[in-house]
Design a protein around this ligand. Structure first.
Ligand SMILES: [Zn+2]
Ligand SMILES: [Zn+2]
Length: 211
């Protein structure tokens, strides 16, 4: 529709009307900043991708709580982490967009290499071309959705696993206590026996329904 009194075009991501200085863009400046922040969070040695990779512990299975001796922290066994960090996960989401953008003259392919390097390279290319893409690429809403989703999934995993896990352990007296995996110890309410950290975690796990 091309009406003379049509409102100024709106951002294709949020409902905001584009302002005068945003004329000719597909998305508003705040949306561009949000995308840029998501991209920046994913990359680099301290970025979400790198932090997810640190959590991969091959060879561990099952859903039960597992404690490592080296760190004392719970070992995540999360297929979601694997699917996000492997080829086909976040790296492919990013590279698919790099490829797509390159057909609009927005950046070129990366040179390959390790997965982390490919993530960093793709993020770098996308960030450098983001402002031009805001003027040129009609599918930035889809791009923003996919990048935002990857960022939020990674953040949820990292945040969720930082919270101490709780397990129900059973004292020989029969009393069940709920402790965190980083507990300093506890006193059994049944027999008043005191347990230290490693003693507490050596107690048999109680049936969760009884806890
Ligand atoms: Zn917007
Ligand atoms: Zn007890």
């Amino acid at each position: 529709m091309h009406l003379d009194d049509a409102p100024a075009p709106a951002c294709t991501i949020c409902p905001r009307q584009l302002l005068g200085h945003e004329a000719g863009r597909f998305i508003c400046t705040p949306c561009e900043h949000r995308i840029d922040q998501d991209l920046r969070k994913l990359a680099g040695p301290a970025g979400l991708y790198a932090r997810l990779c640190l959590r991969i512990q091959p060879g561990r299975g099952g859903d039960g709580p597992v404690v490592t001796r080296s760190t004392g922290h719970p070992m995540p066994c999360n297929e979601q982490i694997l699917s996000l960090t492997a080829n086909g996960g976040i790296v492919s989401t990013l590279e698919t967009w790099v490829e797509d953008w390159s057909s609009y003259g927005l950046g070129v392919h990366g040179t390959g290499g390790r997965l982390q390097h490919r993530v960093d390279q793709a993020v770098d290319t996308l960030r450098r071309n983001l402002t031009r893409a805001a003027h040129r690429h009609p599918a930035l809403d889809e791009f923003a959705r996919e990048i935002g989703q990857a960022t939020r999934q990674a953040e949820a995993i990292i945040k969720g696993e930082r919270a101490p896990r709780r397990v129900a352990v059973q004292c020989p007296c029969g009393n069940v206590s709920t402790v965190t995996l980083d507990t300093d110890g506890f006193e059994c309410r049944g027999c008043e026996r005191e347990y230290g950290h490693s003693e507490a975690l050596r107690l048999p796990l109680a049936d969760r329904r009884a806890a």
